[in-house]
Design a protein around this ligand. Structure first.
Ligand code: PLP
Length: 439
């Protein structure tokens, strides 16, 4: 028994695995067993393990300047360069960037920037945020309030409504449609619910709508065609900001640069980035906002003084250097193009399980996917406890593959972006064996 309190863990669980090293798309445990990393760590190790360029970049930056903070505008070139590069990449207009350490703290930062911004433009009552059921936005007390998954609230005495969070439907047709409802009718109904919520609360009290373009931790939900077009029309009509949480979908994961591109989300006002920003070699996140929002914040700062928010490690030079090198590699080696091609192949191969008696739905886009297992294929009846996902996850591990059970009964697939089609074949073969064990 170690002294560690493990994160997101059932403390009674006995499944311990000691990972010792990684190479490319594989990790190795302390007994020398090899595992294909089919979840890229936690949806983050895009360039795989032991990438020498990233290792050397970190080492060189540590030798040159291991730390310098950014409080009061103190800066360093590698941070400036990273912000410049990111600003040019994202679909947010004239993007300005605040650096943090994790997706959760970046979402907290966004909540605070929203309040600061709306105070600055004389609309302090516009602070509520609409989030969706079955969304995942992190676990700090504020980010957990945005997250629409009960385990992230239960026993922390954290009500869904904390911080003015309103909740609307998850865009999951398979689980959310009424009997006989078409996809179009489903989209019409849930987007109408969204508009009714806005009218009931008053658009003048709602700052933003937050969404993962495609969800990750809640089961890889890909909304039906037309959903985001309708959502954006409603938000524009009521003057509510679109906040894209791209912590998982950013940087080539869904077959394009960002999930917004894949899902036809035009010009989000805010974006949260983390994970693949540095291929997980260093913790770093970015809270991105529109340039004119920052302009208003500058004026507010002139009135009230300091913008009182910042982490010791905001803009950590080693994390910035590694992130900058990661973005350079993405571009130079056409990693997004490769991921799009292999992602199409992965989606095709995952769908070969469609007729399996345990498989209810196969979802995904690009190099993110999930297979939901059901007790009754005809009716879609779910297993009445979440054990099937955990069982399948363990069976995969036994066959030399690491993946993750999400939303109880689904297994997620999100390998490093550098995987080959042969490694996708290996993933499919191992999953097939694990499904055989699960049946
Ligand atoms: N937002 C999304 C969409 C995520 O998937 C995650 C983590 O998986 C987070 C935020 C939180 O990021 P972190 O675990 O780095 O705090």
């Amino acid at each position: 028994m170690s002294k560690i309190i493990y994160p997101t863990t059932n403390f009674k669980a006995t499944n311990t695995l000691t990972i010792e090293r990684g190479e490319g798309a594989y990790v190795y445990d302390s007994n020398g067993n090899q595992y294909l990393e089919a979840l890229a760590g936690l949806w983050c190790t895009s360039l795989g393990y032991n990438n020498r360029e990233l290792v050397e970049t970190a080492s060189e930056q540590m030798s040159k300047l291991s730390f310098s903070h950014m409080f009061g505008g103190k800066t360093h070139q590698v941070g400036i360069d990273l912000a410049e590069k990111l600003s040019a990449m994202v679909p947010v207009e004239n993007a300005k960037i605040f650096f943090g350490n994790s997706g959760s703290d970046a979402n907290d930062t966004h909540i605070k920037m929203l309040r600061y911004y709306f105070n600055a433009i004389g609309k302090p009552e516009k602070f509520k945020i609409i989030s969706r059921e079955r969304s995942y936005h992190g676990v700090t007390i504020a980010a957990a309030s945005l997250t629409g998954l009960p385990p992230n609230h239960t026993h922390f005495d954290l009500p869904f409504e904390a911080l003015g969070v309103l909740r609307t439907d998850a865009p999951h047709y398979y689980r959310g449609a009424l009997p006989g409802e078409t996809e179009t009718q489903f989209v019409d109904r849930i987007t109408n619910n969204l508009e009714q919520l806005i009218l009931k609360e008053g658009a003048n009290t709602i700052a933003a709508f937050i969404a993962e373009p495609i969800t990750g931790a809640s089961g890889v939900i890909v909304p039906p065609a037309g959903y985001y077009e309708k959502v954006q029309a409603i938000l524009n009509k009521h003057d509510i900001l679109f906040w894209a949480d791209e912590v998982i979908t950013g940087f080539g994961r869904t077959g394009n640069d960002f999930g917004c591109t894949t899902m036809n989300i035009q010009k989000p006002d805010m974006m949260t980035l983390a994970k693949q920003l540095s291929s997980a070699y260093m913790p770093i996140s970015a809270s991105v906002i529109r340039g004119d929002m920052y302009e208003a914040m500058i004026e507010q700062s002139a009135n009230v003084g300091v913008f009182g928010h910042g982490y010791t490690y905001s803009g950590h030079p080693v994390a910035c250097a590694v992130a900058l090198k990661t973005l350079e590699i993405y571009e130079r080696d056409n990693i997004f193009g490769h991921a799009a091609e292999v992602g199409d192949y992965m989606q095709k191969r995952l769908r070969e399980f469609a007729d399996h008696p345990l498989v209810g739905e196969i979802r995904g886009k690009g190099m993110i996917g999930a297979i939901e297992m059901v007790a009754n294929k005809q009716t879609g009846q779910a297993f009445n406890n979440g054990a099937v996902g955990a069982f399948a996850q363990q069976a995969c591990q036994t066959h030399g593959m690491i993946t993750r059970s999400v939303a109880g009964s689904s297994l997620a697939f999100c390998p490093p972006l550098i995987v080959t089609e042969a490694q996708i074949d290996e993933m499919i073969e191992k999953f097939g064996k694990a499904l055989g064990d699960t049946l």
